[in-house]
Design a protein around this ligand. Structure first.
Ligand SMILES: [Zn+2]
Length: 203
């Protein structure tokens, strides 16, 4: 007997499965959410970056932990701080996001530092009009998330010098147009996604 939530999840997954894609449920929580434009831009960026790897996303905000189907591994994403562009916030050193590790495995639990990411984008805004800066911020959040998802999906903790998997994700890499995963990275992601899909089939 399927719970109501289980039925909903299966319905969401079905079209993706028919296309040979794997659907990943992203459970997001914000201390202070960004503008809708930034959220849309983040989701568009993530969708574009992972489409070649056969991965699609279903986004849910503030879903209680007991509302999920056991055995399905969603990704939990907590956005800390103020997810808005604030001229008063000064960039500080340190990572813009981290992914949890336990028992030697990289877990689908991502923590994003919104203040730090927003400050980096604000710093390189140049003369862009405000709506475009907001979209660029959303794109940056999508890429920060993509970097952490790459850690999780490939179980790789060692960075490279690529645009999206470098340790030094600066403002340009976060906002420049047409940044993509490299062919070798897409290959590694496809393997990780296939393993994820196998978990789903057994569920
Ligand atoms: Zn990293």
């Amino acid at each position: 007997m399927l719970s109501k939530n289980a039925s909903i999840i299966l319905i969401l997954l079905a079209p993706s499965l028919l296309r040979g894609e794997t659907g990943l449920i992203m459970l997001t929580r914000f201390d202070r959410p960004p503008d809708t434009v930034a959220i849309e831009s983040m989701q568009e960026e993530a969708a574009g970056l992972f489409s070649d790897a056969g991965l699609t996303f279903s986004w849910r905000q503030d879903v209680p932990s007991n509302g999920l189907l056991a055995g399905v591994p969603p990704v939990w994403v907590q956005f800390h701080g103020n997810c808005r562009l604030d001229p008063a916030v000064v960039p500080t050193g340190g990572p813009m996001a981290t992914t949890s590790v336990s028992d030697g495995r990289i877990r689908p639990i991502v923590n994003v530092d919104c203040d730090r990411t927003a400050a980096v984008v604000w710093q390189i805004r140049s003369t862009l009009p405000a709506p475009l800066v907001t979209r660029a911020f959303g794109r940056a959040l999508g890429r920060v998330l993509a970097h952490e998802l790459y850690h999780y999906l490939t179980q790789s903790a060692i960075h490279t010098e690529s645009e999206l998997f470098s340790k030094a994700m600066d403002g340009r890499r976060l906002t420049a147009p047409n940044v993509r995963f490299e062919p070798g990275e897409i290959e590694a992601l496809r393997k990780g996604v296939a393993e994820l899909a196998a978990i789903r089939v057994r569920t």
